[in-house]
Design a protein around this ligand. Structure first.
Ligand SMILES: Nc1nc2c(ncn2[C@@H]2O[C@H](COP(=O)(O)OP(=O)(O)OP(=O)(O)O)[C@@H](O)[C@H]2O)c(=O)[nH]1
Ligand SMILES: [Mg+2]
Length: 294
């Protein structure tokens, strides 16, 4: 047993919206990272840990790399991605057919410097055809020496088992970095705030989801129920009334949707109270960003 144990950091990298979070959830087998159809859903680096008797894979879901950051928050999201170039034992570079990788040379240079092998993962295969996929794999492999290339559909879990098998083969020998029953490095409060943020992304349009941050003010885990107070911070006063909606209709349906998902996640009854506050231009404000964990 001892000496045969394998472990490593497997860092998932790619443009916004290519399916990184969906892929991590599929590989870990848990719904850990929030997923929406909108780009820039993930804002933090989130570990998803998969342990077996003789292995531990620490996946990192990361924000999509933003080509032209407009806010300090987006710069900080890119900084989270930078961190993942430093400590990887293995990279998964996720791309989609018809959505060329940006800053390609820069990313390849960082892979070279890191020296960790890179698996090219062509995701959303279900939306493409064989010819396109083969052509893309050929072109990409001319541009960089990927250790392997896999075509998958994270959404339909097509070929994700094969990818996991390959990851386990490539994993170096090493100890467990986390207790074997840990699924993530993040707290229950973090997951609760993410679930609420996911519902904001799904329910509101245009700039609203991008202007929101969610903080769990209180989290009381009682015997039969978890009671939470959460505050949604927006960056302008007008956004507050949009979040609330006429007669409170919007925030009411947000609360209902969020509570359902929280009950699934925590497998417990949830009492949720939502508040809305304005923090002017928080995305460019150093203090607010610190407070929100950026
Ligand atoms: N058709 C199809 N859609 C997929 C697949 N994988 C993910 N998606 C969808 O793509 C969208 C983005 O998925 P995410 O997992 O949030 O993508 P992401 O790369 O984490 O995005 P950011 O966090 O914004 O960078 C969602 O609507 C997913 O359901 C897939 O294999 N096929
Ligand atoms: Mg994501």
């Amino acid at each position: 047993m001892e000496g045969k144990h394998k472990s490593g950091f497997v860092n998932i990298i790619g443009k916004p919206n290519v399916g990184k979070s969906t892929l991590m959830n599929a590989l870990v087998g848990e719904r850990m990272s929030i997923v929406t159809h909108k780009p820039q859903t993930t804002r933090h680096r989130i570990f998803g840990i998969l342990s077996g008797e003789d292995f531990q894979v620490v996946f990192s879901d990361t924000p999509g790399i933003i080509k032209d950051p407009k806010y300090r928050m987006q710069e900080q999201m890119n900084t989270f991605v930078e961190g993942t170039f430093e400590d990887a034992d293995l990279f998964l570079l996720v791309i989609n057919p018809g959505d060329p990788l940006e800053n390609q040379e820069e990313i390849f240079q960082k892979f070279d410097r890191s020296k960790a092998p890179v698996i090219l993962v062509i995701n959303k295969a279900d939306e493409s055809d064989q010819e396109t996929l083969t052509q893309l794999a050929d072109d990409m492999n001319k541009a960089y020496a990927f250790s392997h290339t896999l075509v998958v559909s994270a959404l339909h879990q097509f070929n994700t088992d094969a990818l996991l098998k390959l990851i386990l083969e490539l994993l170096p020998p090493g100890p467990a970095y986390f207790p074997k029953d840990n699924l993530s490095d993040k707290s229950e409060r973090f997951f609760a705030s993410e679930i609420i943020r996911e519902k904001i992304f799904l329910q509101y349009r245009q700039e609203i989801p991008y202007s929101c941050e969610v903080v769990i003010d209180t989290f009381e885990d009682e015997e039969n129920i978890i009671k939470m107070h959460a505050t949604i911070y927006v960056s302008r006063k007008t956004q507050k009334s949009i979040i609330i909606g006429q007669g409170g209709s919007k925030i009411k349906s947000l609360g209902i949707e969020a509570r359902k998902e929280l009950e699934n996640f925590f497998e417990k009854k949830i009492y949720l109270e939502l508040f809305v506050k304005v923090k002017d231009n928080w995305r460019d404000d150093e203090k607010s960003l610190k407070y929100f964990g950026y």
